[in-house]
Write a protein that binds this ligand. Structure first.
Ligand code: SDX
Length: 429
């Protein structure tokens, strides 16, 4: 998009740089030629002021607490659609017609089984392996099984790899869970919808009939919608960087899964629940608020704060509503963890420190309570995040691969190490 220019004075030089406007949100200053014109780099660890790409997939207005997938507000998609509709929207840019939705559901449903030899692949893990370790390994291992969809220059193979990952990652996630609890793997059942199928693969046992609870399935499907994509977050940026080298799609999504695992990112849902359990009761809250505010204490309120949202994360609001829905459906009248979470939020949001730093609950604050109530162990929370985010990673990877201007990502640095010096033989050190 055209726009005016900005000027930068560097020593006795004045450098003109184009300003590019988006459709909504902040404009960007195109600094691509800065090094060639000035011999200098920009410096922005953590990329707090750096746009790494142009994208049309997800838009976040952090000050207003707005999240749009292809222009549609997250609240409306979560209310009216299902997760596979959101997958279609993120991948193709438009909401599907009834026929397109039926075809997409059919194609995904018929890719849910994994190569039978992958079951043996799992046997190599220790039973007490963290399910995210299993996911990083098994998603990466998909490139050892699906060679016919690893040629990224072939649109047909890119599409098949995309379908396979959206369809098979839930199966691998359920297998990762079953493996850690020592129960037999449960095959997908094509007669079930995507999320009901996932719940059954996780919780069904051969010894008895498993009946999917439609309220829980709808709630988890909505949770998947909330987690599906989020612009250029750390794991998505990892997928884009891995993809920029031409790595196969399964390897790129495995890289994103590895990055998501960190407690500052997707691992925060697991960390937030552990924090709520550590706080234990409402009267312990002030002690933890003080720790979070203490500059000398590395403790942070997990599930609080966000690089982009300086207002309430819109997903957290929907998450909180879903938590109440699930607890009611399960007849859990008073969940001490929820009491702690609600009181912690109330106290934090009225505390000067959190107000001044614009720290609000993010998507990870309430999700753990809901997932625990549904029967998932804490170690599976980030796995569920990865199941949902797989489509976002793929949509972003697809957009990058199809961008004719894309090139390998290769940031520079500010070097503060030793200048050139000669080797000293060991006898003279
Ligand atoms: C996700 O990027 C995405 O979009 C991610 C995500 C997605 O959908 O992909 O939304 C998913 O990762 C959500 C975030 C989950 N992480 C957590 O809940 C972990 C706890 N939160 C923080 O670690 C932190 O808020 C981050 C990592 C989320 C954001 O960190 P930033 O943007 O680098 O902010 P910062 O660390 O510079 O903090 C700014 C200030 C600091 O104080 P000062 O040094 O300026 O005095 O706020 C403080 C921080 O100490 N602060 C907190 C805090 N978060 C920030 N203090 C107490 N508790 C917290 N949670």
């Amino acid at each position: 998009m055209s726009g005016n220019t900005s000027q930068l004075k560097v020593g006795d030089k004045t450098v003109d740089m184009a300003i590019k406007e988006g459709s909504v949100g902040p404009a960007v200053i195109d600094i691509a030629k800065l090094y060639a014109q000035t011999g200098m780099f920009t410096y922005d660890p953590g990329f707090t002021s750096t746009a790494s790409c142009e994208s049309q997939i997800t838009y976040i207005d952090g000050d207003a607490g707005v999240l749009l997938y292809r222009g549609y507000p997250i609240e409306q998609l979560a209310e009216h659609g299902d997760f596979l509709e959101t997958c279609y929207l993120l991948l193709y840019g438009e909401l599907p017609t009834a026929a397109q939705k039926a075809d997409f559901d059919y194609r995904i449903t018929r890719h849910t089984m994994v190569h039978e030899q992958m079951a043996r692949f799992f046997q190599g893990f220790r039973r007490d392996a963290h399910p995210m370790a299993v996911m990083v390994g098994s998603i990466g291992a998909m490139s050892a099984f699906y060679h016919d969809s690893t040629d990224i220059s072939d649109p047909q193979q890119r599409m098949i790899a995309s379908m396979r990952m959206i369809a098979k990652v839930p199966t691998l996630a359920a297998m990762a869970y079953k493996y850690t609890v020592g129960q037999p793997f449960v095959y997908p059942l094509n007669s079930l919808d995507y999320t009901s199928n996932f719940l059954r693969m996780c919780f069904a046992v051969p010894a008895e009939e498993y009946k999917v609870n439609p309220v829980l399935s709808r709630a988890l499907d909505r949770i998947f919608i909330l987690h599906a994509d989020h612009e250029q977050n750390a794991s998505t940026s990892t997928v884009r960087l891995a993809g920029s080298s031409g790595a196969n799609p399964f390897a790129c999504i495995a890289a994103g899964t590895a990055c998501l695992w960190g407690p500052a990112h997707g691992g925060a849902n697991e960390a937030a629940l552990k924090m709520l359990e550590e706080i234990g009761t409402v009267d312990n809250i002030p002690k933890f608020i003080a720790k979070a505010k203490d500059k000398n204490d590395p403790f942070r309120l997990m599930g609080f704060g966000h690089r982009v949202y300086k207002n309430y994360d819109p997903r957290a609001k929907i998450m909180q509503k879903t938590t109440h829905e699930v607890l009611n459906e399960l007849g859990i009248k008073d969940d001490p963890l929820l009491d702690v979470a609600i009181e912690l939020e109330r106290i934090a949001l009225s505390d000067e420190y959190f107000i001044e730093k614009k720290l609000y609950p993010n998507i990870d604050f309430y999700s753990g309570i809901t997932l625990k109530a549904m029967g998932f162990p804490t170690s599976m929370f980030t796995v569920l995040f990865a199941v949902a985010r797989t489509v976002g990673w793929i949509a972003q990877w697809k957009e990058m691969i199809e961008d004719p201007s894309q090139k390998i990502g290769r940031p520079r640095q500010l070097y503060t190490g030793s200048p050139k010096r000669d080797y000293t033989p060991i006898g003279r050190r």
